[in-house]
Structures are given as C-alpha cells and as structure tokens.
Write a new protein. Structure first.
Length: 287
C-alpha cells in the first residue's frame, strides 16, 4: 500500500475530498510563495528557522489540557504565538517552510495513523500570513494601521457577543452543558473589558510612543489577533467537524473563550519577542 493510501485510508469520501483540497492549497501556496519570494539561503535564515521549529516543537510538547466545566477540554499552548513570531521575523518562503517542517516534526514525534492535512495547512497559514502581512504593510501609513486594528477589534467584540448570546448549550466531552444568562453576561463582560484595555493601550501607544514604534505595535496586534482567531476559532473547529463530526458552531464556543485569554498574552509577549528577534537579526547583519 502506498503512503498516500495509508494517509487517506481512514477517511470517508467527504473527508478525503477535504484532504485533497488542503493538499492542492498547500501546493498552490508553495508555488506562489517560492516564485514571488525566492528562498534566500543564509546561515542566519537557517539558524532562525531551525530555532523557531525547535521552540514551537518544545511548546507543543509542553501543552496542557485545562478543565472547562469540569472536563479537560481546552488545550493551552504557545505554539501559535511562536509560529506567528516566526512569520513576523522571516521572509514568506522561510515562513512557509517553518510551518510545514514544524507539522512534519510533530508527526514524527507523535506518529498518527491518519495525518490530517487540514492541520498542516493551519500551521503553514498561521506562519505564512504574518510574513506576507509585514511585507505588504511596510509602506502602510501608521494612521491607516490604527484604523484597521480599531475596526477589527470592534468587529470581533460585536461578533463574539452576538455568537455567545445565541448559544444555549454546548457539548463538553460527552456532556451537554447549558449556558445560563449569567454565564453569557460574564463572558461578554470579560470580552468587553479586554477590548477596552486593548483600545486604551493602542491610544497610549499612539499618543506617547514614537510613530514607528506605535505603528509596529498596531501591526503586530493585528496579526496576533488574526492568527489566533484563524487557527483557534475558525480552522481548528472546522477540521474537528470534518474528522470527528463535532459541530463547528458548537465547538467554537470554548475556543472563543480561550482566544479571549490568549490574544492579550500573544500581543504583549509576542511584541517583545518580535523586537528581540529583530534586534538580534540587525546586530548579526552589522557584524
């Protein structure tokens, strides 16, 4: 039996179609990225890429499941933060390779009978998009960057509130848990406070920091939010729906709450890491 047959043997016809689509998207992204942004092989790029793959693999191994409604159902990990930082620090071609190699390393460390290309695509996208964003936003006016992030924050807050108020129950493990009005109000209040804090931080940066620093922070905040939302709220529930038929709309509830916790951490810790990597990169180029 060939490797492709082994890969797809455990999937139904619909699941197999999703696998094929993900494979075609990965190939298309590969052709686009390496044609548009040719791979520049330098010692520095190799070292940084290897460092990010290693760090992401370590973070993945240190991931923990935390209880939600008494059942360990939320995976707490800083893998996505590391991949976003990698994408923000490397060229698109190297970012693509980091996301792909990290996924392959994960399969080698924890072998599975049915590797799912959806998660491979997720890892590639969450690493590649920050790199493309930084390339395309270099000429962006700082005021425009702030307008975009303000709009994104507002849309996310409204969207999350509407979604939460529509949910009456969620599935946690094998149990169905009812979502009370008090729980909904508490979660929406938490989201509102988090967004207000982010607005205040942005306004402070805009008024009291240098324009370049403030714009860099706004751009990082943008990609940190998009990366976490794309991976945790959109793609992961979608792949779980395809693989295990867990309703996407239902499983997204827990991930919305998780994202509200992780996004502020990603923004604060990630921005410090990005500045550190850029300083090290600049210093090495000066030698």
């Amino acid at each position: 039996m060939s490797s492709k047959q082994i890969m797809f043997s455990g999937f139904s016809g619909g699941d197999l179609l999703v696998q094929v689509i993900c494979l075609l998207v990965l190939i298309g992204l590969c052709l686009f990225v390496f044609k548009k942004y040719p791979l520049q092989v330098t010692i520095q790029n190799i070292v940084f890429a290897a460092m990010f793959v290693l760090l992401a693999s370590v973070m993945n191994a240190l991931s923990v499941m935390i209880p939600f409604f008494g059942v360990p159902s939320v995976k707490l990990s800083f893998v996505i933060l590391v991949l976003i930082v990698a994408g923000s620090s490397l060229s698109p071609s190297w970012a693509y390779l980091v996301g792909l190699v990290f996924d392959l390393v994960g399969l080698l460390i924890v072998p599975t009978d049915q590797p799912f290309l959806g998660f491979t695509l997720s890892h590639v996208l969450v690493t590649l998009l920050p790199s493309l964003w930084y390339v395309k936003s270099q000429s962006m006016e700082p005021k425009l960057a702030f307008r975009i992030i303000y709009t994104v924050l507002l849309c996310l807050g409204v969207g999350a509130a509407v979604y939460i108020f529509q949910m009456d129950e969620i599935q946690v493990g094998q149990d169905i848990v009812a979502i009370t009005t008090v729980m909904k109000l508490s979660i929406v209040l938490f989201i509102s406070v988090a967004i207000v804090v982010l607005f205040v931080v942005l306004r402070y940066m805009q008024k009291n920091q240098k324009e370049d620093t403030a714009a860099a922070f706004a751009k990082w905040m943008m990609i940190a939010i998009v990366g976490e939302v794309l991976y945790s709220i959109i793609l992961t529930p979608l792949w779980l729906d395809v693989m295990y038929h867990i309703p996407w709309f239902v499983s997204m509830f827990i991930r919305v709450v998780k994202a509200c916790v992780m996004i502020p951490i990603d923004i604060v810790v990630g921005f410090s890491l990005v500045k550190l990597v850029h300083k090290v990169s600049f210093a090495s180029k000066q030698k």
